[in-house]
Design a protein around this ligand. Structure first.
Ligand code: ADP
Ligand code: MG
Length: 729
């Protein structure tokens, strides 16, 4: 039975580093060659068409049909110069990853000859057969069709002879069916709200964007060994496997030498990424064996997300060339760190100012404090929703598992900045400030850049940490589309800024000076959102108790976390920012719940199959050998000698039988629990049943199977073990 496993291991030993051609040019010579970026647009578009695209990017104006025709034609000419034959609308359905449908440029003319064509109509809109993408019932209720529409703010690019056009995906009646549409709306809401607030400080600000720098963690496993693990193939994670004698306890992996096979994979991945204009910057080992991280330089959020999705796609294809499989699941291996995707996030103006970075003058620092404190207020108000935005069946293994903060959102600012906020809280009052008081405050605020310079303490246990000029949102899962988190976060800040502006204006109207009005409101927000600030150890048990006392959302069950999307507070947020309608929110809620159910359902089925058909037969076979052996001893020895010689063996035979009985019982109970859950009509209730009643069996069954792995003859064990999966030779 174990032959498959050993063949796989043998096969994996044959995998040597695959050589990668090293490019003869500098990176800057081929960076973005496959992207229809500004330089190509200038070359291939008329100046009118170029302006139309730029206006669409900066001001969100619509591109009319005539201009779209010109853009399409320019794109086609450029793409064909690279041997492109097909085009596709690329979109982000509510499943994982991206979707596309390829069409050729070729049309047949009336005389039967072939001609390459690409019109503005085809560029602007497509109707993919979308019936199999999750819609939460939107398409059933409204109209069966859905369509994709060009997103000119993310440039088209070429992959494998295909021109790829980033698009949004919506139902025929206009409801979003994807991740991109609501995110673009959230970014738009933030832009509007933030520009208004920036006007207090700088009249030249006309546009505010959100920036995102993601850090993608992932595991690599050898392809041959992976192929012998049905659980990895079907669920992306190992559902069983005893810890290897050595895993991450020596802490020798982080910043250690990257094995050649892996290095070559990374080089090719980077090469491909550069050609697609993805500014990959760092690569290094992570904490766990076979775990790595890749991070680009930050970009505008919409583009950064498209690039993240592209990188995940590239990782899958490039890894295969190197006989690896990339694991993007949040927790592929039990007992070993999982993978996340830190989202480094900031907001910046068209004047080149990072609003989350202290400036050089008291005025710019007051602006910095305004954005910082409003962010805290938004995070506080919507902490449950922001947590829901990163919740998933995969990510629940990671949060609160002593490698990531608990399932509670809090913000870390660092000692110095905290002191600064405390100071504003005590010094500023609702009374008119004296000139002396003003001077003191100004001096204090002016000091921020210096105090931040030597503020090097970075709390690694915080889910939302201020790191000098950005917040690092660390709770995002490695396989997630960052758009979910970025939509919630940017929308929450947008709503908060609108409220802030309204209240400042009211004070100004009452005759309070602008700076004083701003300070008074900041003080109010500091006081009101204090509960979200936490500087201590986010991994500790004390924090869980403390957070509950502070009234932060401590829900740990994923389906129940999702309920935060449907509270009146969240509905109001999304309505006000125009991000989701009520219909969309309800539809999405259903999609999320369904996805959660399906994930656990598949895991439960795979675990049943592996246990009943792979593990238990092996165990029983091994036990029969033991029984044979004992019977042999019995025939050879006197009763007294036999007793002395076979006591432990007999006990082991009994232990195995007990374990087999237990596992079989648990498996059938799990099947029953699943059946019972399936009978529940309400999707929320069903998801909760899967979480509370089915999910716990996965851990319990695995516990017994992993113990059996230690008992049974290594030669017979059917599945590659952790040590064989985790160390690349
Ligand atoms: P770490 O110490 O966590 O590895 P780094 O300083 O290397 O963090 O940065 C991680 C990511 O943060 C990179 O993608 C980087 O480009 C991004 N980043 C840096 N500054 C900003 C910013 N102002 N806004 C958003 N992301 C940023
Ligand atoms: Mg980081």
């Amino acid at each position: 039975m174990a032959t498959l496993r050993f063949k796989a291991i043998e096969e994996s030993m044959k995998h040597k580093p695959v050589s990668v051609p090293s490019p003869s040019e500098k990176i800057s010579d081929f960076f973005g060659i496959y992207v229809f970026d500004k330089s190509k647009m200038l070359k291939y578009l008329s100046s009118d068409a170029y302006e139309a695209v730029m206006d669409a990017i900066v001001q969100g104006t619509r591109i009319d049909r005539k201009m779209a025709d010109q853009v399409a034609s320019g794109m086609k000419t450029w793409a064909m110069s690279h041997g492109v034959t097909h085009y596709t609308h690329w979109f982000q359905p509510l499943t994982e990853g991206t979707a596309e449908k390829h069409d050729t440029f070729v049309e047949i003319a009336a005389d039967g000859s072939a001609i390459e064509q690409f019109s503005g109509k085809l560029l602007a809109q497509q109707e993919p057969d979308a019936s199999s993408f999750p819609s939460g019932g939107i398409r059933n209720t409204f109209e069966a069709r859905g369509y994709t529409a060009w997103d000119p703010t993310s440039p088209a690019f070429i992959m494998e002879n295909t021109l790829i056009i980033p698009t949004i995906f919506i139902s025929y009646t206009g409801e979003a069916l994807d991740y991109k549409t609501p995110m673009l709306k959230a970014l738009h809401a933030l832009d509007k709200a933030a520009v208004e607030v920036c006007q207090y400080f700088d009249k030249d600000v006309t546009k505010v964007i959100s920036n995102l720098g993601w850090e993608q963690e992932y595991f690599l496993v050898d392809e041959a060994v992976y192929n012998a693990r049905p659980d990895l193939i079907l669920t992306g994670r190992t559902l069983m496997g005893h810890a290897s004698a050595k895993n991450q306890q020596l802490e020798d992996q982080y910043f250690g030498q990257i094995p050649n096979r892996v290095l070559n994979f990374m080089k090719e991945l980077e090469f491909e990424a550069y050609k697609l204009g993805i500014p990959v910057k760092t690569r290094h080992n992570e904490v766990a064996p076979n775990q790595y991280e890749l991070a680009p330089i930050y970009e505008e959020t919409n583009l950064a997300i498209d690039h993240n999705l592209l990188i995940m796609q590239l990782m899958r294809t490039v890894s295969r060339k190197h006989n690896f499989i990339v694991l993007l699941h949040e927790k592929p291996f039990s007992g070993i760190n999982g993978s996340g995707k830190h989202n480094n996030w900031s907001v910046a103006t068209n004047t080149g100012v990072n609003l989350l970075s202290p400036g050089k003058t008291p005025k710019s620092n007051l602006q910095f404090l305004t954005f910082l404190i409003n962010t805290l207020a938004a995070l506080y108000k919507h902490n449950a929703l922001i947590k829901a935005s990163i919740a998933s069946a995969g990510n629940q293994h990671r949060l609160g598992a002593n490698e990531a903060p608990p399932a509670i959102i809090s913000a870390f600012l660092g000692q110095q900045l905290n002191k600064m906020l405390d100071e504003i809280e005590t010094r500023v009052t609702d009374e008119k400030m004296t000139p002396d008081e003003k001077t003191v405050i100004k001096l204090d605020i002016g000091k921020i850049p210096e105090i931040l310079l030597d503020n090097t303490d970075r709390n690694r246990t915080s889910p939302f940490a201020f790191t000098g000029n950005k917040f690092e949102f660390r709770a995002v899962g490695s396989s997630a589309n960052c758009a979910s988190a970025m939509t919630a976060l940017n929308a929450a800040l947008a709503e908060q800024l609108v409220e802030f502006k309204k209240q400042v204006d009211e004070l100004i109207e009452k005759g309070v000076k602008k700076d004083e009005a701003i300070l008074q409101l900041l003080r109010k927000l500091i006081k009101a959102s204090k509960a979200i600030r936490f500087e201590g150890n986010g991994y500790s048990e004390e924090w869980k108790a403390e957070a509950a006392k502070r009234g932060l959302d401590c829900e740990a069950s994923v389906p129940k976390m999702y309920h935060a999307y449907l509270t009146e507070q969240s509905r109001e947020l999304f309505r006000k920012t125009n991000v989701f309608t009520d219909v969309e929110m309800e539809a999405r809620s259903e999609v999320r719940m369904e996805l959660f159910i399906k994930k656990i359902q598949i895991e439960a089925r795979v675990l049943s199959d592996l246990t009943v058909n792979h593990i238990l037969p092996t165990v029983v076979e091994y036990q029969s050998r033991l029984i044979e052996n004992v019977n042999g001893l019995k025939s050879l020895y006197s009763a007294e000698d036999f007793k002395a010689l076979s006591g432990r063996r007999l006990a082991q035979i009994k232990d195995i039988s007990l374990a087999v009985e237990t596992v079989e019982k648990l498996v059938s109970e799990m099947v029953e629990a699943r059946k019972a859950a399936n009978r529940i009509d309400d999707v929320d209730e069903r998801a909760i049943a899967y979480s509370d009643k089915v999910f716990p069996f996965l851990e319990e069954i695995r516990y017994h199977v992993d113990k059996l792995e230690l008992i049974v003859d290594n030669e017979r064990w059917p599945l590659p073990k952790y040590r064989e999966l985790l160390f690349i030779r």
